[in-house]
Design a protein around this ligand. Structure first.
Ligand code: HEM
Length: 80
């Protein structure tokens, strides 16, 4: 396995919010707030799609482990 797959429950505050940098939040604030659970939950499909395609962030793709974590959080029902 190329990276450890965590099996514990994920939460937005503990696991997902820290994936976003202050500059990510600032760049995207006109569309949604990446530090806000409700906003990320509402736009989760667009956010994941942009990260998977490598379009976002504008300055370099996420590591696979972080993409996997976001995908699992969505699959879990996007818990706060
Ligand atoms: C984890 C970080 C980021 C995520 C998840 C993200 C996500 C997205 C999404 C989903 C869109 C499409 C929004 C829409 O059409 O309503 C978008 C657009 C855009 N983002 Fe980001 N973004 C991130 C970071 C950044 C950064 C660091 C920049 C650099 C300045 C940036 C610049 C832009 C620009 C200019 C657009 C509009 C043009 C386009 O759709 O390609 N974003 N982003």
């Amino acid at each position: 396995m190329p990276f450890p797959v965590e099996s514990h429950e994920l939460s937005f505050e503990q696991d997902i919010k820290p994936l976003f940098r202050t500059k990510d939040r600032a760049a995207m604030l006109t569309r949604f707030d990446l530090f806000d659970h409700a906003d990320v939950a509402e736009h989760a499909d667009a956010i994941l799609g942009s990260l998977l395609s490598g379009r976002m962030p504008c300055d370099g793709a996420w590591p696979e482990a972080d993409l996997e974590k976001l995908q699992r959080w969505i699959d879990m029902g996007k818990p706060a």
